[in-house]
Design a protein around this ligand. Structure first.
Ligand SMILES: [Mn+2]
Length: 270
């Protein structure tokens, strides 16, 4: 089995479930490890992950999770981590702490006779932002996101931020992340429909260009989507690991299914 999960946003000040959430994620990974060949975490597992030049004691909070991942990796399961737009600032630390293979770019893999395109999903806009396909509102939103993305990926700014005392950096980072989470809670953005959901448009465009994949697997949007495209490809958006607790599973026949994680011991706090 190959498992896919994303968007736990651990440590989020807006979600605020702390240890209970981390524990549930650990249980979920342990359940997957029972029959997994590989596990893919598709990004934004942390609400704000940043590695500074000086030691950041706050990361100790996630030690139980890191121990679990190390144990899973040691047992021979490949654990992959795709960075999202909240946790791209890893400079080797996350891989060293856990033994995971960290990916910074989308990639296409072949497993069990199927082709899979894997990406967190932020910044995947299929057409030029000025294209008439976008409404003026969508254009504004995409432009804003692209500007932020440029700032976040700028190496000089990353260097400056790495010099900050972790306490200050985290205050800024977690504050920013909580703000965007609260915005989402107040103003949820459900599936926009096939014609407007950017990740669906991206997949359709790839298919049109002849880059066929059987599955496109994304995180980022915090919605659960399993959409069959005309040309046979399926677009999967994984949901999240703080509200929906959804994940996808690819079996050795190449069948992909989506599931909810509801372990017996967490039923009482549901
Ligand atoms: Mn994201």
């Amino acid at each position: 089995m190959i498992y896919f999960l994303s968007d736990a946003h651990l440590g989020s000040k807006a979600i605020g479930r702390g240890w209970a959430q981390q524990k549930k994620l650990i249980n979920m990974l342990e359940m997957m490890a029972e029959d997994a060949v590989s596990i893919y975490m598709m990004g934004d597992m942390f609400d704000f992950w940043f590695e500074y030049y000086s030691r950041d004691k706050s990361k100790k909070e996630f030690s139980p999770l890191f121990r679990t991942i190390r144990r899973i990796v040691k047992s021979g399961i490949h654990v992959h981590y795709f960075t999202g737009n909240h946790d791209m600032w890893t400079f080797g630390g996350l891989a060293a702490l856990t033994g995971m293979e960290v990916h910074f770019e989308p990639c296409t893999i072949k497993r069990y006779g199927k082709t899979l395109y894997l990406a967190h999903g932020d910044g995947l806009t299929p057409f030029d932002v000025e294209s008439s396909i976008y409404s003026s509102e969508a254009r504004k939103r995409i432009k804003h996101f692209q500007t932020l993305r440029k700032i976040f990926h700028n190496e000089f700014l990353q260097f400056c931020f790495r010099c900050l005392p972790p306490k200050l950096g985290n205050k800024i980072g977690y504050g920013w992340a909580a703000k965007s989470r609260r915005k989402e809670f107040e103003n949820p953005c459900p599936f926009k429909g096939e014609k407007d959901e950017e990740l669906v448009l991206f997949a359709k465009e790839e298919e049109k260009l002849g880059n066929h994949r059987d599955f496109y697997i994304f995180g980022h949007r915090h919605i659960e989507l399993d959409l069959q495209l005309e040309k046979g490809a399926r677009v999967i958006i994984l949901g999240d690991c703080f509200r929906q607790w959804t994940y996808a599973k690819l079996d050795h026949h190449g069948n992909l299914t989506m599931h909810n994680f509801e372990p017996a011991e967490t039923h009482r706090d549901a």
